[in-house]
Design a protein around this ligand. Structure first.
Ligand code: C5P
Length: 287
C-alpha cells in the first residue's frame, strides 16, 4: 500500500460536564460525543520526508497537530521514513468542533494502516491522549462517552439523533480552551449524573430529549464570547428552542428533526446573515 485516504469528522457534545480540577491542572470530564458528517479529508502517501500540505495555507507545516501525530507515531514505532500528508480542511478551526483533534486521530488511524502496524485503538490511545484531550474520542468516532481528561472513551450505540444545525461564529479567543476552563466556577461543578443517565438511555435505544442536552461552558459563554448573543438571538428567532455550545465554543448547535427544516435554516443563516452554518447528521464509528 502506498497511500491511504481517511475522513476526519467533526463532533458535537450532547453533554459536557466538568467534574472538577485535577492535580495535573486538567479537569475531569463526563461527556457524550457524537461524530458528525462535517469532515476534513486526509490523504497519506509514502514519502522520504514528513510534510503536511493543506488547502488552507495557514494550517500547513510542522505546527499542525496532524503533523505532530505522524512524528510522534513514527518515533513510537521506531520508523525513520516520512509521509506526505494532504489535508483538505472543511471543519472550521478553533470552533469547538474538534477539527484539529480529529485530523490528528485520522493520521494515527491512517498511518497504522499505511505502515501495516497492526496497532489496536487501545495501543494508539496513549499517543492520542498525549496529543490532546479530544483526540482519543476520534480513534472511535460514532457515539461515545468520554471521561477522565478525555483519555477514557466508551463506545455507545448510535445516538438516536436525526440532524443538528451548527452555527460557527468567528469570535477568536486567545488560548481558547484553557481560557474557558479558567472561567468556570468550581462550586457550579456537576457530578456526571446527567451524562450517565443519557448513556443508559442511549444504550437502551432511547431518543435524546432536549432536557438531556447540557454543556457546562454555556454558563460562561456570554462572558467568554460577548458577541455570541447575536447568534443565539438569530437562532432563537428562527424557532430554535434548545441552543448549546459545541465543546468550549464558540460554535452553537441546535437539534433539527426534519432535513428540510434544517436546510432552510442553513440557507437563511448563510445567505441572509452571511454566517457559516452546517446541517449535519451523525456518522458511524471508525472501522
Ligand atoms: O488537551 P488539550 O490540549 O486539548 O487542552 C487544552 C487546554 O484545555 C489544557 O491546557 C487545559 O488548560 C484545558 N483542559 C482541561 N481539562 C481537560 C481538557 C483540557 O483543563 N480535560
Amino acid at each position: 500500500m502506498s497511500d491511504v485516504h481517511v475522513t476526519a469528522p467533526a463532533k458535537i457534545n450532547l453533554t459536557l460536564e466538568v467534574l472538577g480540577k485535577r492535580a495535573d491542572g486538567y479537569h475531569d470530564l463526563a461527556s457524550i460525543l457524537v461524530a458528525v458528517d462535517l469532515a476534513d479529508e486526509l490523504t497519506l502517501e509514502d514519502a522520504d520526508d514528513l510534510t503536511l500540505e493543506c488547502n488552507v495555507p495557514e494550517f500547513a507545516g510542522s505546527n499542525n497537530l496532524a503533523y505532530l501525530a505522524a512524528d510522534r507515531l513514527r518515533e513510537e514505532v521506531g520508523k525513520s521514513n516520512g509521509v506526505r500528508i494532504s489535508l483538505q480542511k472543511e471543519i472550521p478551526a478553533a470552533a469547538g468542533l474538534g477539527g484539529g483533534s480529529s485530523d490528528a486521530a485520522a493520521v494515527l488511524t491512517g498511518l497504522n494502516r499505511l505502515w501495516g502496524l497492526g496497532m489496536t485503538v487501545d495501543d494508539l490511545t496513549p499517543i492520542a491522549a498525549e496529543l490532546g484531550s479530544d483526540v482519543p474520542f476520534f480513534l472511535h468516532g460514532g457515539t461515545a462517552m468520554m471521561q477522565g481528561r478525555g483519555e477514557i472513551v466508551r463506545p455507545l450505540p448510535a445516538a438516536d439523533i436525526k440532524h443538528a444545525l451548527i452555527l460557527c461564529p468567528d469570535i477568536p479567543v486567545e488560548n481558547k480552551t484553557a481560557t474557558l476552563f479558567g472561567l468556570l466556577r468550581p462550586q457550579a461543578s456537576t457530578r456526571g449524573a446527567l451524562t450517565r443517565k443519557l448513556e443508559a438511555r442511549i444504550r437502551g435505544g432511547g431518543d435524546v430529549p432536549a432536557q438531556f442536552l447540557y454543556n457546562r461552558f454555556d454558563d460562561v459563554a456570554a462572558e467568554a464570547y460577548p458577541a455570541l448573543s447575536e447568534y443565539r438571538v438569530a437562532l432563537a428567532s428562527m424557532g430554535a428552542t434548545e441552543i448549546h455550545l459545541c465543546g468550549a465554543g464558540p460554535s452553537l448547535f441546535t437539534m433539527v428533526s426534519r432535513r428540510e427544516v434544517g436546510t432552510a435554516l442553513e440557507l437563511l443563516l448563510r445567505h441572509r446573515c452571511g454566517w457559516r452554518a452546517h446541517l449535519v447528521s451523525p456518522t458511524p464509528p471508525v472501522d
